[in-house]
Design a binder for this molecule. Structure first.
Ligand code: PLP
Length: 373
């Protein structure tokens, strides 16, 4: 089994720590350790300071699994498997798919969401994003047309990376209904859940709605804790859960002990952490509205209601690839073009979660005036 290079990871490895500015990150302003510890109850602080650095529970710390379950309706701690978020994708695709299976996957999407299935020899059909006005949507009739009698898994990701698309509740329930009608495994990547700009926009989690679902979540994005490497898989299906846990023993075996306690501190204060992210995103949206409006139609931006990223269309004869190359070479600004996310069109991803975004847009002005005006 040979995996294609993970383009987006390759791109960020090249630039993330060498270019001084970035406007395309998907994570949100990470907290520092002292900032996080300030949220800790005396008990958690003591637990962290006295921590025994042994191996941890294979399925995840029971209290942490209970806290994760508590973010969902009708989910028990035993339904939760703690994983590194990316590991959760790897485990699911490897444990639950075989060569020859037909899989429907949302596109564009985080490459591992479909590349692992491709490398295993699965047959893929893509459910493509469509532009509607300045926003994005996914067509349900199109999805229904992609599902075949032999389809095994449907892979979705809402709020969506990279478009920021968030369907309405009825639409999401229809996606779940299609999965149920065809007895599909529904893999729902919900790593951007809890970044909604208004709790009323939050979709139910797939694991709350459907027995054969596997939900992926984690602390990497709107909780501001990507460095903890803590995420989770939740499935109500005991047989699927067993397969996932068996394979985990061949990958990380168990989680990092300090990360588990820090994750507990984060989850016990999840409302404050996610509110902090939403506030940063909303401030950045206001800043970007003013910034891009100055260029009179050169950029078309769809500002999302959830998630930490969106797509910007460059309305120019100049390609986004050239623009991105000039931005990093001349001003040290990392701009992620559509080609690296493996889809067509003159788009780049705008990351709205970092406090440094306004500051990173300043040097971009020079690139715009030198190359696009
Ligand atoms: C949609 C999606 N799923 C999963 C992941 C994996 O998260 P992590 O990098 O924290 O493992 C990412 C990271 O960017 C993502 O965008």
């Amino acid at each position: 089994m040979k995996y294609a290079p993970f383009e987006i990871e390759h791109f960020f490895r090249q630039h993330e720590f060498s270019a001084p500015h970035g406007i395309s990150s998907s994570d949100c302003e990470p907290l520092t350790l002292p900032e996080l510890l300030r949220f800790a109850s005396p008990r958690r602080r003591e637990q962290f300071e006295q921590l025994w650095l042994g191996y941890t529970d294979n399925q995840g710390h029971p209290e942490l699994r209970a806290a994760i379950a508590g973010l969902h309706e009708g989910v028990a701690a035993d339904d939760v498997i703690e994983v590194v978020p990316e590991e959760g994708i790897f485990l699911t695709m490897n444990a639950l798919l075989e060569a020859g299976d037909h899989v429907v996957a949302i596109a564009p999407s985080f490459q591992s969401l479909w590349e692992i299935a491709r490398a295993k020899g699965c047959e893929l059909s893509f459910w493509h994003q469509r532009q509607s006005g300045s926003g994005w949507h996914f067509d349900l009739d199109e999805l229904a047309g992609l599902i075949r009698p032999d389809t095994k898994m449907l892979i979705v990701n809402f709020p969506h990376n990279p478009s920021g698309c968030l369907p309405g509740r009825a639409e999401f329930e229809r996606v779940v209904e299609l999965a149920r009608q065809h007895n599909l495994i529904l893999f729902s990547d919900e790593i951007y859940r809890f970044s909604e700009q208004g709790a009323e926009l939050r979709l139910p989690s797939a694991c709350e709605l459907y027995e054969r679902s596997v939900t992926l979540g984690g602390l990497s994005k709107c909780f501001g804790l990507p460095g903890l490497r803590v995420g989770w898989l939740i499935t109500p299906d005991a047989a699927l859960s067993h397969e996932l846990q068996e394979l985990k023993s061949y990958v990380t075996i168990c989680a990092s002990a300090p990360s588990e306690i820090l994750a507990l501190i984060g989850l016990e204060n999840w409302r404050a952490l996610t509110a902090r992210t939403v506030e940063i995103v909303q401030q950045n949206i206001e800043h970007c509205r003013a910034f891009f409006a100055r260029y009179d139609g050169l950029f078309q931006v769809s500002y999302p209601q959830a998630g930490t990223v969106t797509l910007v269309e460059l309305k120019s004869d100049r390609s986004v690839d050239d623009f991105a190359a000039a931005a990093v070479a001349e001003q040290g600004v990392t701009v992620l073009p559509a080609s690296v996310m493996l889809f067509e069109g003159n788009f780049f991803r705008l990351g709205l979660g970092r406090r440094s975004l306004p500051h990173a847009l300043e040097p971009l002005e020079h690139v715009i005036s030198d190359h696009l005006l």
